[in-house]
Write a protein that binds this ligand. Sequence first.
Ligand SMILES: O=c1nc[nH]c2c1ncn2[C@H]1C[C@H](O)[C@@H](COP(=O)(O)OP(=O)(O)OP(=O)(O)O)O1
Ligand SMILES: [Mg+2]
Length: 197
Amino acid sequence: MREIIIATKNQGKVKEFESLLKPMGFRVQSLLDYPLSIDVEETGTTFEENAILKAEAIAKAYNRVTIADDSGLMIDHLGGKPGIYSARYAGLDKNDEANMEKVLEELAAVEALEDRSARFACALAYSRPGQMTKTVVGTCEGFIAHEPIGENGFGYDPIFIVRDLHKTMAQLSKEEKNKISHRANALKKLIDVITES
Ligand SMILES: O=c1nc[nH]c2c1ncn2[C@H]1C[C@H](O)[C@@H](COP(=O)(O)OP(=O)(O)OP(=O)(O)O)O1
Ligand SMILES: [Mg+2]
């Protein structure tokens, strides 16, 4: 069975990668299985750069095939913010509630849903020890809701209305989110890249 490390400490991402990759025959581990793992600083200027930094550091540290995910929310009215700063938007402690609150405050004066357009982006970097790292990007289009709705998912899911479904990401089941998410879209592209090589 093919083993893969997902270079993340985010439980929400880990669950999604497990349900996407296990049916394809991968054995999935994450940095949650390595509690003493190094912290990789996200010093890049793009999602792709940050994903590469995380994937290469972990592939090298453990000498294992590694996928890293750097993702976030881009809001048109805010010029693409919070973007690569999504996880630390309201401060360094990575507080999903505080991050959503900050976004809702910044959009408080924007009433029409069509003026609250946004997209999630996910860059995946695939790194094998001693080989060139490969990257892909997936997106998912939507709008920022006026208040959090739904209990599922993680991060900004409760305030992200999926464009074609008219529901927030947090109202979707795991299976529904995994059909349309930026992460699922990126992973589909990555599987193509991996199977080509
Ligand atoms: O499907 C998603 N649904 C809701 N929110 C999401 C999603 N995907 C990314 N996001 C948000 C969460 C976090 O605010 C940021 C990712 O930041 P990002 O640095 O990539 O992840 P992280 O620091 O939580 O974990 P790690 O770096 O260990 O992978 O975007
Ligand atoms: Mg991070």
